[in-house]
Design a protein around this ligand. Structure first.
Ligand code: FMN
Length: 346
């Protein structure tokens, strides 16, 4: 439905305590600025201070490993031990100082990593190699129920650290082929126990993590980055994603962040233009009450207006266009606009 009064600068109330100042989200983007133990550095703080100049309403800190076995690159940020909390707190504080709500993405790489980073055998739902685009990964081992319990504990402890560091929002990374995507996808989850065999069983580990975080932190904003689809034959479909998103909404998630591709987030050859992954996000938003974030090559404020005004999605993630030059992006796309201009354009 067209709503002429909604546009890129319209605030979005998420809870009684938290309102986003506008519809722009800086999505999680690995910065490679952490030290080799996953600690945030001064460079990391500077990086997020710079991203704050985009004036986005929500800035989500890059994927952060919840346990060393789930680390996927040398300079990845870690949230796997309490000593990291003070560095993480500096990231949350600088984001909040910019006026944005501060989020952080939690991840376990599962089978999408290499031993040099994970320090041991790769873990996965069913021992299936993760089909990434640019390399052939090692065959991972199939996880026992005790290891599933470990994963849940790691994510839940990591969320607790995020809260202690002052973050307003925690996002579970269940897209781009990383660990939780491997649970969702029928390509990588071939289990026949309670954790695989149907879309609801495939999403069980994620739902259990969400339920526990929600019960421990009632006021924390929770987001899940879900694949809109896997973009691979026999993989997760958009209808599957709708069912998972609906169940997550019932379980207390505040935001669903939609990206796509078990092979990674890069633009599929068949898609072009601004919003190349929006199609699935729009479909999912139409079935949900909670806000959905859409992404994929979005650069212009006019395109964001088009999305939110027509209720396609509630929020738009702008990644590389902001990363390139956050302050100039804000100046060109957010400043100097009068409300009436919104009524005249589009
Ligand atoms: C340098 C870089 C690092 C990224 N790291 C992450 C990440 O940590 N977690 C994640 O979910 N997506 C990550 N992404 C994907 C982005 O969040 C986003 O989905 C992607 O860049 C597409 O949006 P854009 O076209 O606006 O850049 C990364 C992208 C880039 C360019």
């Amino acid at each position: 439905m067209k709503n002429l009064t909604t546009h890129r600068l319209t605030p979005l109330k998420l809870t009684n305590q938290i309102t986003l100042s506008n519809r722009i989200v800086v999505p999680p983007m690995a910065s490679g600025t952490s030290d080799l133990n996953g600690f945030a550095t001064q460079e990391s703080v500077n990086h997020y201070t710079r991203l704050g100049t985009s004036q986005a309403g929500l800035v989500i800190v890059e994927y952060s490993f919840v346990h060393l076995s789930g680390r996927s690159e040398a300079h990845q940020l870690g949230i796997n031990n309490d000593e990291q909390i003070s560095g993480l707190a500096r990231l949350a504080a600088t984001i909040q100082h910019s006026g944005a709500v501060a989020g952080i993405q939690l991840t376990h790489a599962g089978g999408k990593t290499e031993r040099i980073f994970s320090g041991g055998a790769l873990q996965s739902p069913s021992g299936v190699i993760v089909p990434v685009k640019d390399r052939t990964l090692e065959t991972p081992s199939e996880m026992a129920l005790t290891e599933i319990k470990d994963w849940k504990d790691w994510f839940i402890s990591a969320a607790d650290r995020a809260v202690k560091a002052g973050f307003d929002l925690v996002e579970l990374h269940a897209a781009h082929g990383y660990g939780l995507n491997q649970w969702l996808s029928p390509i990588t989850n071939k289990r026949t126990d309670d954790y695989g065999g149907s879309i609801m069983k495939n999403s069980r580990i994620i739902l259990e993590i969400v339920r526990e975080i929600r019960s421990q932190h009632p006021g924390l904003l929770l987001s899940v980055r879900l694949p809109g689809q896997d973009f691979i034959d026999g993989g997760l479909t958009v209808s599957d994603a709708v069912l998972v998103a609906q169940e997550l909404e019932r379980t207390g998630v505040n935001i669903i962040n939609i990206s796509s591709g078990i092979g990674g987030w890069k633009r599929p050859g068949s898609r072009n233009g601004e919003g190349y992954l929006i199609e699935e996000a729009v479909m999912i938003q139409s079935q949900l009450s909670v806000p959905v974030i859409g992404v994929g090559g979005i650069e212009s404020g006019a395109f964001i207006d088009h999305l939110v005004r027509n209720s396609k999605v509630s929020l738009a993630a702008v990644g590389r266009a902001i990363l390139k030059d956050p302050a100039s992006w804000a100046k060109a796309q957010l400043q100097g606009l009068r409300p009436t201009q919104y009524l005249e354009s589009n």
